[in-house]
Design a protein around this ligand. Sequence first.
Ligand code: NAD
Ligand code: DAU
Length: 338
Amino acid sequence: MRILICGGAGFIGSHFTRIRLREHGDQVVVLDKLTYAGREENLADLRGDPGFSFHAGAIEDAAAVRAAVQGADGQAAVDAIVNFAAETHVDRSISSSEDFVNTNVVGTSVLLDAALAHRLRYVQVSTDEVYGSIEEGTFTEESPLAPSSPYSASKAGADLLVQSYAHTHGLHTSIARGSNNYGPYQYPEKLIPLMVLNALHGERLPVYGDGLQVRNWIHVTDFARAIGCVLESGAPGEVYNAGGPDECPNIEVVRRIIELTGAGDELIEYVTDRPGHDRRYSLSSERVRGLGWEPRVRFADGIGETVEWYRENRPWWEPIRSGAYREYYERQYGRALG
Ligand code: NAD
Ligand code: DAU
């Protein structure tokens, strides 16, 4: 298959790109704006592979999308688009939602028009957050959309657009909704890498509210493989949830990271809660299991390997921590941590 992977220089997109190239022999074109979260280093090992090419550009830029989708003859140069490109951090969407609407909603509409022009297969990567919070039980694909944050509202808007192209134009679209991903190459604004790097540096560990919010953790390679199953076998217009095998309250995740890094409990600092904070996410994944998918990595194993990866890959995170991330961190946590 020839696949245009949008957002392939980010966390999940880079794993998906590697798996499709190395395990499936696909031809892959990555289109990525290289925002603060996207890094060509995430794909460094793929440079020079004849099946891989990279375009710098934004998904909301129709000309950039056309250049990535079409060959010089105006014919489609790819068979499918898989869209990972997004603004992804809930806290940043609370500070300002503009980029979230531009990339997540407008960008998705540009990609859908490009897919429609060439009748390409289209897979949208989405999130459990579109369903909102669930105190007990699990969300199925039939659960109503009830997003809480500007981030999840923009993702829900994109999902509705995708479904409208299937319904109105008969475009072969599918949506894959994942739960909280973790693993190598995750930008350290997110809970797990933030806590790992702070713990390794003996810095305070800012836990929002009471720390009893629950997340359904999925290893990034498991989510990437679920998206691959959806791409290969997903039914037109269908949604597929992919949740991890384990759920865990945030404070337990933080305590496990403390054990694995050899840090001390005194680093934990309870800080003001995130506004509108969802209490718990949980997904039923029966439908994607029907496509032959099952998660391979349990959280107890994956978290240890992830901590090890950050320990061993200092050259990956050092430039991030000393650059613009520092300013973000001061803005986001400075007052709460004093
Ligand atoms: P990320 O923030 O690590 O990466 C996002 C990538 O998109 C970056 O490479 C960035 O440069 C690129 N990008 C951003 N704006 C762009 C634009 N306008 N045009 C082109 N490229 C742009 O994100 P992630 O965690 O890998 O998430 C990928 C996708 O998976 C997102 O759609 C997200 O909503 C979804 N998702 C994430 C999780 C999670 O736990 N991280 C869970 C479920 C779903
Ligand atoms: O559920 C899928 C979603 O998971 C994805 O769609 C999002 O793109 C991704 O960012 C993630 O969203 P969360 O808001 O759940 O992830 P985050 O890592 O920001 O936070 C996880 C939990 O940890 C959440 O309850 C907030 C809490 N937290 C987070 C940070 C960054 C803290 O307590 N302290 C922190 O410093």
